[in-house]
Design a binder for this molecule. Structure first.
Ligand code: FE2
Length: 307
């Protein structure tokens, strides 16, 4: 098993190439449909293919892109940078009923909670180590979380190596592993009003384990299906959550503006600590940068399918 997680800083030629490229205005759709990206950005493409190899080997990669001095320019450039990087890694997937391929992750409303039906990325709640591979029955490959702006306070990122957790389960809790390899019921929250069945742990062709886990979506799906989880099923996810919540098994860090975290989503569980935005902070959709405006903690998320 290769060591978990690497950090890289882009070489000067990549930063220069990206910044020159974005002197022209592009819409998101231009980037999604641009088949010439690779020839427009040759140095960046070569470097990103090396980054992709690092993710495949180490399962998680922190890319530290420098932030532009002017905050409005930073938002625009960093937004487009993440789109281009994702596009070079593979095919960005639609993430909601509105057909969006890039989702802004920020607290919509201090009253919002997953307990009352909100999606994780719309709240300020922490905890609940999970994979994003839960709304769709088909598993995809890379999760991009790109930091536009950190929180006023809190919001540490947490990553857990699924391969390490699997090894512990296999050695110390074989009966739990067996339960996790059997079907649970899942909600397709935010994507479709449907339920489906799938195990929490399955295996790739190379026999390495892959995870699908987000406890609140399973709990509500079992209630909707009127099939309460068995004691064995509850015990198994309790053990899994205890392991992923142990600081011994976690990498914690705070994403800074300009950072892009790429993980193999079905082999890395992720989460965050709870956070608070400044009292008068505003969303990226309304942000103009005028009159000392403060932006909420804002991440942008891509789900990428390998091609
Ligand atoms: Fe997530």
């Amino acid at each position: 098993m290769n060591t978990f997680m690497k950090t890289v800083t882009p070489p000067a030629n990549v930063v220069e190439e990206v910044h020159q490229f974005f002197k022209t205005d592009f819409s998101d759709e231009d980037i999604f449909s641009n088949s010439t990206l690779k020839s427009d950005l040759p140095g960046t493409t070569d470097w990103l293919l090396e980054c992709k190899n690092l993710v495949d080997q180490h399962r998680a990669l922190l890319i530290k892109m420098p932030k532009k001095e002017n905050f409005n320019e930073h938002i625009k450039t960093h937004h487009s940078t993440a789109l281009v990087f994702g596009q070079i890694f593979g095919r960005p997937l639609i993430q909601n009923e509105q057909g969006q391929k890039l989702i802004a992750v920020y607290d919509r409303d201090r009253h919002g909670s997953m307990d009352t039906g909100a999606r994780y990325h719309q709240t300020r709640e922490g905890g609940t180590l999970h994979t994003d591979n839960v709304n769709l029955p088909e598993l995809w490959n890379y999760l991009f979380l790109s930091c536009i702006s950190p929180a006023f306070i809190g919001g540490e990122s947490i990553l857990v190596d699924g391969l390490k957790i699997h090894k512990i389960l296999k050695t110390d809790f074989p009966e739990v592993l067996e339960t996790l390899e059997n079907n649970y019921i899942w909600e397709m929250r935010g994507v479709a009003d449907k339920l489906y069945e799938a195990p929490i742990i399955t295996y790739k062709d190379d026999k390495s384990p892959q995870f699908r886990h987000l406890r609140p979506y399973m709990e509500s799906a079992h209630i909707k299906a009127e099939k309460p989880m068995t004691i064995d099923q509850l015990f198994a996810i309790d053990v899994l959550d205890a392991l992923t919540n142990s600081t011994k098994n976690q990498e914690r860090f705070t994403l800074e503006a300009g950072n892009i975290c790429v993980t193999i989503d079905d082999q890395v569980l992720h989460g965050r600590t709870c956070f608070s935005d400044a009292k008068d902070a505003i969303s990226v959709e309304k942000f103009t940068g005028e009159n000392g405006q403060v932006l909420k903690r804002t991440m942008e998320r891509l789900w990428i399918q390998k091609q």
